[in-house]
Write a protein that binds this ligand. Structure first.
Ligand SMILES: NC(=O)C1=CN([C@@H]2O[C@H](COP(=O)(O)OP(=O)(O)OC[C@H]3O[C@@H](n4cnc5c(N)ncnc54)[C@H](OP(=O)(O)O)[C@@H]3O)[C@@H](O)[C@H]2O)[C@@H](O)CC1
Ligand SMILES: [K+]
Length: 457
């Protein structure tokens, strides 16, 4: 699991650890990890040129100490001080190691810029002198210290200018802004340096392959199709058969025992999936999705009446105006959530984590808000952020596949929070697997799911 802690949690853990360690030890650990990450980007240390952008706090201190380590390896390090009183001991260490202080951009081309402007103590946005310095150094690879300066660390919002990093070297734990968009898109590749913090459980996390393996339902030797779970699909219609076929393709990827299809695209569904049953009968979960046309209200009402867990997607989301009274996963994209809650789409895109959490409370359901980094939020405030996937996944019908897949995981017995986050992870991984760097369609994503599961297991 990749965990993201709040600034307050990091501060508390830092205080506790610092009380047991010699002064400056934590910063030395951080600086060493940072220096190694910078060295990784340099073809060779000797003669390379690195500029440090240094603010007034300990974030700048990390940059200065890392700069001292780099200077000892032969790197020509320039510290561009953006605050009147930078970290004193760090500055002294840099000077002793042969680094120099500059008041403008160095005239020679630089190999790396280290963003030590602000870290977890910063307010969102950048001051004009930082903006100007970044402008002069535009095009040089940026390594951000702890977080890209300017982002809102605890929410992932961007409320002004912010650093766009190629690599972020973060200390002790991930920060929320390193997982949650839009800020996460400013972080580049994130490298975590363990500095020994003892942290509480995190409210925001990101599943990794091993977590998905641990959560995946799999048949035991006595399994039969009913014990593995039956998922019912209500999506598609005579007019929109494709939505039904795609939703079933996600449900029939092998993660539950059987798929029942009860909507208006029966012939198309059976032609594409001869394994699907079209008689009414018991199911352990429903997915009510897109393409239902005028029948969507009946489809949702009938599924709800069964009292089993429910995935609500696409058109059916427009009918949700409060808690559904059954365990549910709602799967809107920003436009659909905007229509549900009345919040502006741009506001949702600017703070997907906050809006998903709020909607989870409003609807007393797990809310899966689709995006580059999909957010899965629970009413208690916990959230999982999906980091698998590729931009090619933004294709028609991909959401139908996801709704069916989550339905199958619910039918197999996963809790809604796990079903949604595991489904989202698999969906993203299947897209990456199918795409191999090129374009994909929704059926490609569904077809790739069993292969992803096989490789995981
Ligand atoms: N926690 C840990 O475990 C460890 C933490 N470590 C490191 O410490 C970092 C946190 O250091 P920190 O607390 O000194 O705060 P930090 O972010 O450097 O700067 C805050 C100062 O900047 C200013 N300022 C504010 N907003 C601004 C803006 N938008 N633009 C410009 N300036 C702005 C404001 O001062 P002002 O100028 O307003 O007087 C404020 O006082 C952390 O991220 C990590 O790198 C590691 O060394 C080891 C372990
Ligand atoms: K920074």
């Amino acid at each position: 699991m990749r965990s993201a802690h709040t600034v307050e949690q990091v501060r508390a853990a830092e205080t506790a650890l610092m009380a047991r360690l010699p002064e400056g030890a934590l910063m030395q650990r951080a600086a060493a990890g940072l220096a190694y990450a910078v060295l990784d980007l340099l073809p060779q240390a000797y003669g390379a040129r690195v500029t440090l952008l240094v603010g007034s706090g300990d974030n700048g201190g990390d940059a200065l100490y890392a700069g001292a380590l780099l200077a000892r390896r032969g790197v020509r390090v320039s510290a561009w001080l953006l605050a009147a009183a930078p970290h004193r001991a760090g500055l002294e260490a840099l000077r002793r190691a042969g680094g120099r202080v500059v008041e403008a951009a160095p005239s020679q081309p630089q190999d790396v810029v280290v963003d030590g402007i602000v870290g977890i103590g910063g307010r969102p946005g950048l001051r004009p002198e930082a903006v100007a310095a970044l402008e002069v150094l535009r095009g040089v690879p940026v390594v951000a210290v702890d977080v890209p300066s300017g982002v809102d660390v605890d929410t992932g919002r961007i409320d002004g200018p912010a650093v766009r990093a190629d690599v972020t070297v973060t200390f002790g734990t991930h920060k929320v802004a390193l997982l949650a968009d839009p800020a996460a898109a400013y972080a580049g590749a994130v490298h975590l340096v363990d500095i020994g913090l003892d942290l509480p459980e995190a409210a925001v996390e990101s599943l990794q392959a091993a977590d998905v393996v641990a959560l995946l339902p799999r048949p035991d030797e006595h399994a039969h199709k009913y014990t593995r779970g039956v998922v019912g699909i209500r999506a598609g219609s005579a007019r929109y058969p494709g939505a039904g076929v795609l939703c079933v393709s996600g449900a029939a990827a092998g993660l539950c025992g059987m798929v029942r299809y009860l909507a208006g695209a029966r012939d198309a569904v059976v032609a594409a999936h001869p394994d699907v049953v079209t008689e009414n009968g018991r199911v352990q979960a429903w997915a009510v999705g897109s393409g239902g046309g005028p029948d969507v209200a009946t489809m949702l009402a009938e599924a709800r009446a069964d009292g089993v867990p429910l995935v609500v997607d696409a058109d059916a989301l427009g009918l949700v105006d409060g808690p559904l009274g059954v365990p549910a996963v709602l799967t809107p994209h920003a436009g659909e959530l905007s229509r549900m809650t009345g919040a502006a789409r741009a506001d949702i895109e600017g703070d997907p984590l906050g809006h998903a959490r709020e909607a989870a409370v409003t609807y007393d359901a797990v809310v899966l808000l689709k995006g580059r980094h999909t957010v899965v939020a629970r009413p208690d405030g916990n959230a999982r952020i999906t980091t698998t996937g590729v931009a090619w996944l933004a294709t028609a019908g991909a959401g139908d596949v996801l709704a069916g897949l989550i339905g199958a995981l619910l039918a197999a017995g996963l809790e809604p929070y796990d079903a949604a986050s595991v489904g989202s992870w698999l969906h993203g991984a299947a897209a990456t697997y199918a795409a191999r760097g090129g374009p994909i369609t929704a059926p490609d994503v569904a077809r790739a799911i069993p292969g992803v599961v096989r490789d995981l297991l």
